[in-house]
Design a protein around this ligand. Structure first.
Ligand code: CP
Ligand code: NVA
Length: 331
């Protein structure tokens, strides 16, 4: 049976089979070639989408906007400051209104239950642009980037996530690795590990795909021979600034350093969803440096800027992969 995702929402990878996820990666690769060769692909001309952002964004917003325009679609961006959303109208009512006008809705915000609820009520495909629990569009870009660096196949590769292993990106990576048969290691302090129930679900999925899920506090054992070392910021959007001190105390030992990368596989790469605090050139980075004496947080600048780093390929791939997600669900 040929794969069709027509009319489906894209809320979390748990809802998709390995072949469907691989289909999106392959589709994105095709779109990347079309973009590179300047081949027009206005396949969804005449359609319109709306982007609902309750949290800030650079990559996800721009990826949706450029991808939609390349596909010939119109795009509207809404945030709580420039619409009735949140203050005067519930997200659910907003979605029901927008579902009458638009062909697809992207949502970035808080609980996963919100985006699930939107999808039930909108009557058009809804795409999760990041919730507290999951960041599924990021995963298609990340797995495309891994494919590009390991063209012989990604099954059986070891991907280590260092740091806040209970956040949306870590949760989603664990699911992505389980679905696609990679060996996922969450490496961080026990307090910041993924929820037991999600670990259980992922282990069950991995038992069918040949992947494994390991939780470990041991950096050396985790990072040895890693094909991919991945990290994310230590305090996610929506978390209380008061938590910085504790997070720094817990996660500083789990920073991605040159020493960590030297233990990785000789072809090992470094990934980060971005934005990153790898120096003090941001307001928060400078504040943390002043208050806690820490000039680099989750990753050393030397690693971020190293030959092993693929973070900007990964960022570019957000656009090609989001294009694939929209095309697959709207066509
Ligand atoms: N990685 C990512 O989602 O980046 P933005 O927050 O800039 O969208
Ligand atoms: N964990 C981060 C990801 C940002 C893309 C956050 O939620 O802020």
């Amino acid at each position: 049976m040929p794969i069709s995702l027509s009319g489906r929402s894209f809320l979390k990878l748990l809802d998709f089979g390995p072949d469907e996820i691989q289909y999106l990666i392959d589709l994105a690769r095709g779109f990347k070639d079309l973009k590179r060769t300047g081949t027009p692909h206005r396949y969804l001309a005449g359609k319109n989408i709306v982007l609902l952002f309750e949290k800030t964004s650079t990559r996800t917003r721009c990826a949706f906007e450029v991808a939609a325009m390349d596909l010939g679609m119109g795009v509207t961006y809404l945030d709580p400051g420039s619409s009735q959303m949140g203050m005067k109208e519930s997200i659910e009512d907003t979605a029901r209104v927008l579902g009458r006008m638009y062909d697809g809705i992207e949502y970035r915000g808080f609980g996963q239950d919100i985006v699930e609820d939107l999808a039930v009520n909108a009557g058009v495909p809804v795409w999760n642009g990041l919730t507290t629990e999951f960041h599924p569009t990021q995963m298609i870009a990340d797995m495309l980037t891994v494919h590009e660096n390991f063209p012989q196949g990604i099954r059986g590769l070891k991907l280590v996530f260092l740091g806040d292993a209970r956040n949306n990106v870590a949760n989603s990576l664990m699911v992505a690795c389980a679905k696609l048969g990679l060996h996922f290691v969450a490496c961080g302090p026990n307090q910041q590990m993924p929820e037991d129930e999600l670990v259980r679900q992922c282990r069950e999925i991995a038992s069918d795909t040949g992947g494994t899920i390991t939780l470990s506090e041991d950096i050396d054992a985790s990072c040895v021979d890693a094909h991919v070392v991945y990290t994310d910021i230590w305090l996610s959007m929506g978390e209380d600034d008061e938590l910085w001190a504790e997070r720094i105390r817990l996660l500083e030992p789990y920073r991605v350093t040159e020493r960590v990368m030297s233990m990785a596989h000789p072809s090992g790469i470094f990934l980060h969803c971005l934005p990153s605090f790898h120096d003090t050139k941001t307001t928060i980075g400078a504040q943390v440096a002043e208050k806690f004496g820490l000039g680099e947080m989750e990753v050393e600048d030397a690693v971020f800027e190293s030959k092993q780093s693929r973070v900007f390929d990964q960022a570019e791939n957000r656009m090609h992969t989001i294009k694939a997600v929209m095309y697959a669900t709207l066509s």
